[in-house]
Ligand binder design. Structure first.
Ligand code: C5P
Length: 398
C-alpha cells in the first residue's frame, strides 16, 4: 500500500460532507497511514471531535491553543507527508486562496511544507460561482491539487456538482499520488470529452451507427479525473458502464445531440478531447413508422445529409481551450491527419492507424501518434488507459 506509514493531516471544514470523515479516517488508517485530524471551529456542527479522535486515536485540534497549551501549527505543517483538506467548504477554499489565518486549519495550511490536496464540497451554485472558480484557480496556481467533486444529489436536494468525492476515491487518489510522486502541475481544470458512436435514426427501430465502444474517451475521462480535473463526458450509445468520481456523463444518441451538448459545455472548459466516432451523415428524413419493404422492388435508396462537424465547430470557436481531435486514416495517414489538424483548427490530432493490429475500434489497446503544429510524437502499443495517460502527460509537458 502506498499510504503505508504516511503521515496524513486531515483538515475538516464545515460542510455536511463532514459526516463522511470518520469513514475517511478509518480507510486511511486501514491503508497504513497515521492520521492527525484538524477541524475548523464550525466543522464541529457537522461531525463531533470525539468521533474523529476515537477513529484516529489522536487528539483533534480545532484551535491554535486551548488557552493553556499552544498547538504548534508550524511543527504539524512540517510533520505531515500530505495535508488533505476534506471536505473543503467554499469558505475554507476562499481563505486558502487569500492566505487568511484565523483558525488552526489555515495556520497549518500556511505552514505546510508538504503537498496539499483539497476535496471541495458545496452546493452546485456555490461551486459554479465565479468567485469559487477563481479561488480554485488560485489554490491550484499555488501548487495545491484538487480532487474534483462529484455530480449527484446535494444536501439542498438539488442535483448538481459539488458532492465531496467518495472517501474510497479520495484514498485511491492519495495512493496514486504517492505512487507517482509529485504529479506535474496540471494546467487544466475542466475538460470536455466526446466518446462512443452516434446513432442516426432511420425509423423507430433502425439506425445508422458504427462499432465504436467509447473506451478511449472513457480512459481519458478516468485519467483526467484522477488528476483532479472535472470532466464532462458526452457519450454516445455504448454498453460501457461509467461511474467515475469527478466525471459527469451526458448520454446522447445522435451527432446533432452530441453537437448541441458540446456547444453548451465548451465555454466552461479549458481542454476538449474529441474521441467520438461521429457519423458524418444522417438520414434526410426519419420515418415516424417502421419503414416497410416496397412491394415489387429489390432496391432501396436512402438519402443522407451531412451532420455538423463538432471538432471543426469547436475549433472555430476556440479561445482559451486546448483542442484535441482524433483521426483514423487508412491511407496517407500522416499527411491527412496533419491536414485535418489545420482544417479543423485543433491544437493536436491523435492519429490511430487501422494498419496497426491491436489498435482502433473495440480493442483494449491502441497505438497512436500525436501531431502538433511542429512535431509528431509516436507512442508504443499500450492499453487505452496508458495511451490516455501518455497523451495527457504529453499535453501537460507542452
Ligand atoms: O473528419 P474526421 O471524421 O476524420 O475527423 C475525426 C475527428 O473529428 C475526431 O476527433 C472526431 O471526434 C471529430 N468529429 C466531430 N464531428 C464530426 C465528425 C468528426 O467532432 N461530425
Amino acid at each position: 500500500m502506498n499510504l503505508k506509514n504516511k503521515k496524513v493531516i486531515l483538515a475538516v471544514s464545515a460542510s455536511i460532507a463532514a459526516y463522511k470523515t470518520p469513514e475517511l479516517v478509518r480507510l486511511l488508517i486501514k491503508a497504513g497511514a497515521e492520521v492527525q485530524v484538524l477541524m475548523t471551529p464550525a466543522a464541529a456542527d457537522f461531525v463531533t471531535p470525539l468521533s474523529l479522535a476515537t477513529v484516529s486515536k489522536k487528539e483533534v485540534y480545532a484551535s491554535v491553543s486551548n488557552h493553556a497549551q499552544w498547538n504548534n501549527h508550524v511543527h504539524l505543517g512540517r510533520w505531515a507527508d500530505v495535508l488533505l483538506v476534506a471536505p473543503c467548504s467554499a469558505n475554507t477554499l476562499s481563505k486558502m486562496a487569500h492566505g487568511l489565518c484565523d483558525n488552526m486549519v489555515q495556520a497549518v495550511y500556511l505552514s505546510a511544507t508538504c503537498p496539499v490536496l483539497v476535496a471541495p464540497a458545496m452546493d452546485d451554485d456555490m461551486w459554479h460561482h465565479p468567485a469559487t472558480q477563481a479561488n480554485l484557480s488560485a489554490i491550484q496556481s499555488y501548487g495545491n491539487k484538487v480532487i474534483a467533486p462529484e455530480h449527484g444529489e446535494l444536501a439542498s436536494g438539488i442535483v448538481g456538482m459539488g458532492r465531496m468525492a467518495d472517501p474510497v476515491n479520495i484514498v485511491a487518489y492519495l495512493n496514486a499520488f504517492f505512487e507517482t510522486g509529485q504529479p506535474a502541475q496540471v494546467p487544466f481544470r475542466h475538460a470536455l470529452i466526446t466518446a462512443g458512436p452516434t446513432y442516426e435514426k432511420l425509423d423507430p427501430v433502425r439506425f445508422i451507427g458504427n462499432y465504436s465502444t467509447g473506451k478511449m474517451g472513457i480512459a481519458f475521462a478516468r485519467v483526467l479525473a484522477e488528476l483532479g480535473v472535472a470532466v464532462d463526458l458526452v457519450l454516445g450509445p455504448t454498453a460501457e458502464q461509467v461511474a467515475i468520481p469527478g466525471v459527469q456523463v451526458h448520454p446522447v444518441e445522435s451527432a446533432q445531440e452530441m453537437y448541441d451538448k458540446c456547444l453548451s459545455l465548451y465555454p466552461q472548459v479549458d481542454l476538449a478531447i474529441m474521441t467520438a466516432a461521429v457519423a458524418d451523415f444522417r438520414p434526410a428524413t426519419q420515418a415516424g413508422q417502421k419503414i416497410k419493404k416496397q412491394e415489387g422492388s429489390d432496391n432501396m435508396t436512402l438519402e443522407l445529409v451531412k451532420n455538423p462537424d463538432i471538432l471543426a465547430t469547436l475549433g472555430s470557436l476556440k479561445q482559451k481551450q486546448v483542442l484535441v481531435g482524433f483521426a483514423l486514416e487508412t491511407n496517407n495517414e500522416l499527411e491527412n491527419a496533419k491536414k485535418k489538424r489545420q482544417k479543423k483548427n485543433a491544437d493536436y490530432i491523435v492519429l490511430n492507424s487501422l494498419n496497426d493490429s491491436g489498435a482502433g475500434f473495440g480493442a483494449a489497446t491502441n497505438k497512436v501518434s500525436i501531431i502538433s503544429e511542429h512535431s509528431v510524437a509516436e507512442l508504443p502499443l499500450q492499453s487505452k488507459y496508458e495511451v490516455a495517460k501518455s497523451v495527457i502527460n504529453y499535453l501537460i509537458n507542452q
